[in-house]
Design a protein around this ligand. Structure first.
Ligand SMILES: [Zn+2]
Length: 138
């Protein structure tokens, strides 16, 4: 059974936030790699659509990221992206086009001038379910 948790450091959360802030008002995206449910790498990826409402990872950067993770013996743990105009949960297309069922999905969204994030697992039956987070030291 897969884990329903995600372990991150506060630095990794800041790295993701920096990337989605830099991409704003476009959607920003990236990959989380690591071991089991513990994140070791935050890898920002270019949103090649440069869209305010959609993202598609640059395939070359995505492959480089997978190689980096696999070469170090890790695996893909998560995909993060932003919804500059909401919602705070995965969109219909996020669920429909989810290519990595083993990965958790982190959705970033601005709220009251702050960036917030929520973590989900895409579920083929109910759409998505919330995933808990724990913080680890770097
Ligand atoms: Zn989305």
């Amino acid at each position: 059974m897969s884990s329903s948790n995600l372990s991150l450091s506060s630095e990794q959360i800041e790295e993701m936030q920096r990337h989605v802030e830099n991409c704003y008002p476009e959607e920003g995206c990236g990959i989380l790699g690591g071991f089991s449910d513990r994140v070791a790498w935050v890898i920002p990826i270019t949103n090649m659509l440069h869209s305010l409402t959609r993202y598609q990872m640059d395939p070359r950067e995505q492959i480089d990221a997978f190689f980096k993770i696999e070469d170090a013996g890790g695996k893909l743990i998560g995909i993060f992206h932003s919804h500059p105009n909401g919602p705070e949960f995965p969109s219909e297309s996020d669920v429909r086009e989810s290519a990595f069922p083993e990965a958790v999905h982190i959705i970033w969204h601005p709220l009251d001038e702050e960036w917030n994030y929520h973590v989900y697992r895409i579920d083929p039956i109910v759409g998505f379910v919330a995933v808990g987070i724990s913080l680890h030291r770097p």
